[in-house]
Write a protein that binds this ligand. Structure first.
Ligand code: OOB
Length: 559
């Protein structure tokens, strides 16, 4: 078996006042793993050579095959001239190619910027503007997008983009598949000088607003992150993990994700789509034990069962994170999907909190768990930066062994997102329970300020979700000349329901009148971020657009 790092688990959170001691030396204190991702795969391949590592459609690879193919690919990439320290833009859909490419780049010390399949010119160009990117690795076509044309546009704007590597067919660019095909004598075992302290990859900041920023993650700390998650989630060689969300995302990659599964010797089943239609049959066929979803998808999976689809029987654990899972939705997971729920509050910048397998139900339904490391520090502060006691809601500040100290080449963002003593301020509003569990109340921007009266989107959303006709809902602020902001509820309904009926439902439950949404808008689908979270930014923009084109001075309640 793998050697595990022996560190205290679950000891109570360290609370420290602002501007306290210097940042601890996590490397010196033994938190970081003395290993690289390339070595981690090598170790798994030697422990479980014939076990199935990856399933992608009808293709399957053992650990030994994966390890060897990664070496071949690394050698092909080295032959192109890519070497340690180079940065590449990696944008592949969930596939064996994605996993192999990650490991090949990690082995070479080439640092991928982990773009999501949904990113387009705006995001990709901004990544190229922040880093000297020497290659773009993508697919030919996907979801109606011509990525070769996109690659040409990027190359015109960014001369450093020397190579484009396309998975699939290409007459213009080198194909990814051709990189495995060097004649044997040209393949050399790539000797790597990669150390645990080096940057492995760039994750992307993933809030629901703004263009993503680059987050440097190092081999040693990122491995520590995934091993702690894998240990807490009890991943083993028996684990079958379904990668349903984009594999480039921190949640699916390392919390514990597919990397945690490969560390533990389990099997990763790759889903091309996160829908119930696609995933339920995969879960049954491969006896998937674990998967991870964002709340809107968890709701759609439950809706699929409510509409008559058989629940995915093999599934033992569903991790839900990335956005607030309402209590109403959380309590339905077990009865509807037949599996246990684990709530995860995480961020690409570092801090991961999760409920534990042994937690009682109330803790799992009401909280987003506690940090994965004994060295994680969380403090909750008010607008003036003063620490608040447990039980009070404020802004989270966090510091720890795998939480970054700054974005890559972004002094402006760093000035506002990090404190002098190295704590990261994510903009989330949380409460800490006396037991050290985190309850996420929302983001700063989710608080609607209606003429001075504050409405927490979460509270109203929760009540709306308890209406039988409502599948999902998002409450966002709309600008208003008189009150500053008013509230608009976007509703995905499973059957016809009027705005008046929903308002009545809210009033009957005793919601203060000022918190009743000023407008209801029924929609068929929520705009989503790259990983499938509801994009409040898009909802706000849509409202803005409607308001600008509306001639009515006041805002009607649509029904
Ligand atoms: C995960 O990472 P990111 O970087 O895409 O997004 C981070 C942000 C957090 O700052 C918070 O605003 C929100 O997403 N968030 C949650 C949440 N988990 C994340 N908000 C409420 N409840 C939760 N459970 O989203 C991510 C990374 C690793 C694991 C899980 C999620």
């Amino acid at each position: 078996m793998h050697s595990r790092i022996d560190l205290p688990i679950d000891s109570s959170l360290r609370q420290s006042p602002p501007n306290a001691a210097r940042r601890p030396d996590y490397q010196h204190d033994g938190y970081w793993c003395d290993q690289t991702f390339g070595a981690m795969l090598r170790q798994s391949a030697s422990c479980f050579p014939q076990a199935c590592a990856l399933v992608d459609g009808e293709r399957q690879l053992t650990y030994q095959q994966l390890d060897q193919r990664v070496d071949r690919l690394a050698s092909g990439l080295a032959h192109l001239g890519l070497s340690a320290g180079d940065k590449v833009l990696l944008q592949l859909p969930n596939s064996i190619e994605f996993v192999e490419m990650c490991f090949a780049l990690y082995r070479l010390g080439v640092q991928p910027i982990l773009a999501l399949p949904a990113h387009r010119d705006v995001e990709l160009a901004s990544f190229c503007a922040f880093a000297d990117v020497s290659a773009y690795i993508s697919v030919d076509q996907s979801e109606g997008c011509d990525f070769e044309a996109l690659a040409l546009r990027l190359q015109q704007r960014f001369p450093s983009l020397e190579h484009v590597i396309i998975s699939g067919e290409s007459t213009v660019f080198r194909t990814l598949q051709s990189l495995y095909l060097l004649p044997d004598e040209k393949h050399s075992v790539v000797e790597t000088s990669v150390t645990p302290h080096m940057v492995a990859c760039f994750q992307l900041s993933g809030g629901t607003t703004g263009v993503p920023k680059l987050i440097p993650r190092r081999h040693g700390e990122y491995l520590y992150n995934l091993k702690r998650c894998a240990d807490i989630c009890r991943f083993s060689s028996e684990t079958v993990y379904l990668a349903a969300l984009p594999m480039a995302h921190n949640f699916t990659m390392c919390c514990p994700g597919f990397m945690g599964t490969l560390y533990a010797g389990g099997c990763v089943v790759i889903a091309r789509q996160p829908t119930a239609e696609h995933c339920f049959p995969l879960i049954e066929r491969y006896q998937v034990t674990h998967t991870a979803l964002v709340p809107p998808l968890a709701l759609l999976w439950m809706e699929a069962v409510a509409l008559g689809r058989n629940p995915p029987h093999a599934l033992q654990w569903l991790q839900v994170g990335g956005a607030r899972l309402s209590y109403e939705a959380a309590r339905r997971v077990m009865p509807v999907l037949g599996c246990r729920l684990q709530q995860v509050f995480g961020m690409a910048e570092g801090l991961i909190c999760m409920t534990r397998p042994d937690d009682d139900l109330s803790r799992v339904l009401h909280t987003q768990g506690r940090p994965i490391s004994a060295a994680d520090e969380i403090r909750v502060v008010d607008e003036k930066g003063q620490c608040l006691p447990p039980g009070q809601v404020g802004q989270i500040q966090t510091r720890g062994p795998y939480t970054i100290q700054g974005y890559y080449r972004n002094p402006e963002a760093n000035a506002s997102a990090f404190t002098d003593d190295g704590f990261y301020c994510s903009g989330d509003r949380i409460e800490l329970t006396p037991d050290g569990d985190v309850i996420v109340e929302g983001r700063d921007k989710d608080l609607i300020n209606r003429g001075g009266e504050k409405i927490a989107a979460e509270e109203v959303e929760n009540l709306l979700l308890s209406h039988p006709a409502v599948v999902d809902v998002a409450l966002v602020a709309m600008p208003d000349d008189f009150l500053g902001e008013r509230a608009c509820a976007f509703v995905l309904a499973r059957e016809a329901v009027s705005a008046a009926a929903l308002k009545r439902h809210l009033s009957q439950q005793g919601l203060a009148a000022f918190k009743l949404p000023d407008r209801f808008q029924f929609i068929d689908e929520f705009p989503s971020t790259g990983v499938g979270k509801v994009s409040r930014q898009h909802l706000r923009a849509a409202l803005q657009q409607q308001l600008l084109s509306s001639l009515e001075p006041d805002i009607p309640v649509s029904s």
